[in-house]
Design a protein around this ligand. Structure first.
Ligand code: NAD
Length: 322
């Protein structure tokens, strides 16, 4: 049986690594590409190439002979990283996306999924913790907070125009805070759920009862478990929806509530020491009306379940290090 050949870029990273496993279970032939191997378990890709996708010739090699591309490669991290590396992020991600798209066109790729982000939404719609959930059309007039979000917005435009002018088919999910096992949990690129799991795991192991939380902890977000994200990516790729679309949960929680849920998973009572630190926008939530309409599906894994699995995995990582 001949299975469809696909490319996953960023296959050494969190979402890409999980996506490769998912596609392999569905009998795709998968090429993974990244500048690094997956950190926590081996790839299941049929072929894994170490390539720097900022370079055009590497993008040509990566996209050769595949029908579909899941473009997940990006220089990215949590708020700590994003708020301190604007030039690097804008430079690297622009090169990755322009060259990936151009090379895919050159090689006759039929369909590409571009991983956009909730960070494209304008700052002026996210000033209140009790934020109104963001609809896709709220993206304009544009005013993303960081260079990371500006690049995502420009690349959304680039993919959309390539679809209109050159006939490529594009799919553009805007991810809202994806979390789960096998994501970065230390080193500076980790995002809030993983960082809080790590702090609580260290507190538990060291017999402490307090962790540091950036800001007053009243900033709000929605968080989506990795399995739901992968299911949504796959359903969107198989749909005929070419416009950008939210992909996330729509349960709004504060960072303080997130800490309490994770502490519950760890079986601890935790005191929060609020310190200065980058917080991003004050509040952000996903309006999932379009997702439901287009895919007849929305993410369903509860925060308690997803954070429980994530916490257990991170506690194990911390114990393995000690
Ligand atoms: P990740 O950092 O774990 O994965 C990204 C991967 O891209 C990394 O493995 C990295 O090595 C690779 N990469 C970076 N520069 C590269 C280069 N020059 N050439 C080849 N590979 C390169 O991040 P993730 O969480 O898996 O995110 C995947 C995609 O989803 C990214 O585009 C990200 O911006 C987007 N996204 C993620 C979230 C989230 O909450 N995780 C939210 C919104 C958008």
């Amino acid at each position: 049986m001949s299975s469809k050949k696909v490319l996953v870029t960023g296959a050494g990273g969190f979402i890409g690594h999980h996506l490769v496993d998912f596609l392999k279970q569905r009998d795709y032939w998968v090429r993974g590409v990244d500048i690094k191997e997956p950190e926590f378990s081996s790839t299941t890709a049929d072929e894994f190439k170490l390539l720097d996708l900022r370079r055009w010739e590497n993008c040509l090699e990566a996209t050769e002979g595949v029908e579909e591309v899941y473009a997940l490669a990006a220089d990215m991290g949590g708020m700590g990283f994003i708020s301190q590396n604007h030039a690097q992020i804008l430079h690297n991600n622009s090169l990755i996306n322009i060259h990936t798209l151009d090379a895919a066109r050159e090689n006759g790729v039929k369909r590409l999924l571009y991983s956009s982000s909730a960070c494209i939404y304008p700052e002026y719609k996210q000033t209140d913790a009790e934020v109104t959930a963001l609809k896709e059309e709220d993206a304009y007039p544009a005013q993303p907070q960081d260079a990371y979000g500006w690049e995502k917005l420009i690349s959304e435009q680039l993919f959309t125009h390539y679809a209109a002018d050159y006939g490529l088919e594009t799919r553009i999910p805007r991810f809202h805070n994806i979390y789960g096992p096998e994501g970065s949990w230390e080193g500076g690129r980790e995002k809030a759920p993983a960082a809080i799991c790590r702090k609580i795991a260290y507190a538990k192991i060291n017999g402490e009862s307090e962790i540091e939380v950036w800001g007053d902890g009243e900033q709000t977000r929605s968080f989506c478990y990795i399995d739901d994200c992968i299911e949504g990516i796959f359903r969107l790729m198989r749909s005929d929806h070419g416009e950008p679309i939210n992909l996330g949960q729509d349960r709004l929680v504060s960072i303080n509530q997130l800490v309490d849920i994770i502490a519950g998973a760890a079986g601890l009572e935790i005191e929060k020491n609020h310190i200065d630190g980058p917080q991003g926008v004050r509040g952000r939530n996903s309006d999932n009306s379009r997702l439901e309409e287009v895919l007849e599906w929305t993410p369903s894994i509860s925060l308690e379940e997803g954070l429980g699995k994530t916490y257990n995995w991170i506690e194990q990582q911390v114990r393995n290090k000690k």
